[in-house]
Design a protein around this ligand. Structure first.
Ligand SMILES: *[C@@H]1O[C@H](CO)[C@@H](O)[C@H](O)[C@H]1NC(C)=O
Ligand SMILES: *[C@@H]1O[C@H](CO)[C@@H](O)[C@H](O)[C@H]1NC(C)=O
Length: 537
């Protein structure tokens, strides 16, 4: 009896131990996630609530988007309440015959204007667009300049007067800059260029505001990041090639913003479009149409078109399957068509509404010595850049091509899930790399390294997004006809409210504040004012 009792106790104890272990593991992985924030005690407190919420939601939600909701009814026909969609005199864009189709069709421009867009003739000048391959080449851009005194300076980050004086083209400059230059010369007086080049940190460049390090190539968003290896960063002689993979639906203005932001930092954009919505409905290839009609000609040579022509099994019942599959297909099909990639090239995967800032990506391209995987703190906003949300969205989105294949099996969705330390290939990969690999984030909660602009469309685009949303993020607001009403949506934009009728409580913002929006949008303010300023306030 006593033995039985003892055995029972032992079993209980083992059981408890196991439970305790499991709990500890949970806490550990949660800590691992929050680590990025924890090096800044003040911010930790400031953002504790939002961070914790996000940490939890990451366990099952793909990004910081506000949740959807579920209603079993599929696609109710638009009722009488839909007829007041456009106010008189309002810009209707290309919805020419919208009125005729109301009540028969979905009330949105894309469906009303449904045209069949097919892949171009394989024998034509485009070839088989979705099967082409892309050969990566080294970027010959002279990002750095070697000065006469042997300094190796990042052009953009270095005072021009310094460069000029150093090469002896200008002699009689005065002022603060000149004194620093003299100082630099004193530090390393007339020695052979070959010799000085080796002495890292001896011949320093003089940095412009916003740039740091002996070579002036480290942007503030990296300088103030939690990168643990800041001490061993060295500029590369040959830049890495950067591959940016995205899925596109109808975020075409944000796509312009991305292309302009990253055009000289990224070598190849893998852009994936499907003829299915995330919900499983058929959808025209709008991006293809724009690609073929010249809309993206300025960056055309860097785009590889990825075409997803099927819907994953089970995606209709479980929307998360469809959601993940988009990223899996994008990375697998896209990368399989890339030739000449090297292990130390960079793979960067984003949603169309996540735009990394150029400086951070350029740093990855031009420097050695950072660890991986890499995430970035993105400024969060809703409906436009004017409703800024607290905290940042910090999504793991970059790693080397070597890590993509050795650890993540070539699947970008695994990269975004922050599970690298539990991936089967990780220990082996870490051993081979010779370094301890820790995830770090470009930027910090107060130094944005990009923008996450959720639902940043005109009202019609928001309605469109509701309809094509996947089936798994509930409630699914697209199932409610009143939530798709453009006047209702305008009301949300005006107040920063959400589809559950909660009101937004956001602090006021100013387009002049730093990192308010991608530079290209700000430069073309009038053209993109609908996402830069609240049009309904
Ligand atoms: C998508 O494209 C593929 C290949 O062209 C085609 O077989 C399929 O029927 C299309 N699906 C829809 C829903 O349009
Ligand atoms: C391409 O097509 C889009 C949509 O129809 C149109 O708005 C745009 O002006 C066209 N662009 C060019 C360069 O033709």
């Amino acid at each position: 009896m006593a033995r039985l009792y003892l055995q029972g106790r032992m079993k209980m104890r083992r059981h408890n131990l196991f439970l305790f272990g499991a709990l500890a593991l949970c806490v550990l992985s949660l800590l691992q996630y929050c680590k990025g924030f924890h090096h800044m005690p003040m911010l930790r407190e400031l953002y504790a609530s939002s961070v914790n919420l996000e940490a939890l939601s990451f366990l099952w939600r793909r990004n910081g988007d506000p949740p959807y909701n579920f209603h079993p009814e599929r696609r109710p026909l638009p009722g009488p309440s839909d007829t007041g969609l456009w106010e008189p005199g309002e810009d209707r864009e290309d919805q020419g015959n919208a009125e005729d189709t109301l009540g028969k069709e979905q009330p949105n421009p894309w469906n009303v204007n449904r045209i069949t867009i097919t892949l171009p003739d394989p024998k034509g000048p485009w070839g088989e667009l979705h099967k082409r391959s892309f050969h990566l080449h080294d970027d010959p851009t002279p990002f750095f300049v070697r000065t006469k005194s042997g300094a190796y300076c990042f052009r953009e980050g270095t005072e021009m007067t310094f460069l000029k004086d150093d090469s002896g083209q200008r002699v009689q400059a005065a002022g603060e800059g000149q004194r620093k230059i003299l100082h630099a010369h004193q530090v390393e007086p007339k020695s052979a260029p070959g010799k000085t080049a080796r002495g890292k940190g001896l011949v320093k460049c003089m940095c412009r505001p916003g740039w740091h390090g002996p070579h002036c190539g480290i942007p503030t968003m990296v300088q103030h990041s939690n990168l643990p290896t800041k001490e061993r960063l060295t500029p590369r002689m040959v830049p890495r090639r950067v591959i940016n993979a995205i899925n596109i639906n109808h975020e075409f203005d944000l796509l312009h913003a991305r292309f302009h932001e990253l055009a000289d930092a990224v070598d190849l954009f893998l852009v994936c479009e499907s003829n299915f919505t995330a919900y499983g409905d058929s959808k025209p290839l709008h991006f293809l149409r724009l690609l073929l009609n010249g809309t993206y000609d300025y960056v055309h040579h860097k785009i590889l078109y990825v075409f997803l022509d099927h819907f994953p099994k089970g995606g209709q019942q479980n929307g998360w399957i469809a959601d993940d599959y988009l990223r899996t297909f994008l990375s697998r099909d896209g990368m399989s068509r890339v030739q000449g990639a090297r292990p130390d090239d960079v793979f960067l995967i984003n949603d169309a509404d996540e735009i990394p800032a150029r400086e951070g990506i350029l740093f990855l391209k031009l420097y050695d010595g950072w660890t991986e995987p890499v995430s970035m703190h993105m400024r969060k906003s809703l409906y436009g850049f004017f409703w800024r949300q607290p905290g940042t969205l910090d999504i793991v989105s970059a790693c080397t091509v070597a890590m993509l294949f050795a650890v993540y099996n070539g699947d970008g969705i695994s990269l975004r899930r922050r599970e690298y330390f539990s991936m089967p290939g990780f220990r082996n990969y870490q051993r081979k790399s010779g370094h301890i690999l820790v995830q770090w984030s470009i930027g910090s909660p107060v130094h944005y390294a990009g923008w996450h602009c959720s639902w940043c469309f005109r009202p019609e685009g928001i309605s469109q997004k509701l309809i094509s949303a996947q089936n798994g993020d509930f409630p699914r607001w697209g199932d409610y006809v009143e939530k798709r009403d453009l006047n209702y949506i305008k009301g949300l934009i005006r107040t920063g409210g959400w589809f559950d009728d909660s009101v937004g409580e956001y602090p006021p913002t100013d387009p002049k504040e730093p990192m308010y929006a991608p530079k290209y949008l700000l430069k073309n303010f009038q053209l993109y004012c609908y996402i830069l300023e609240n049009q309904y306030a």
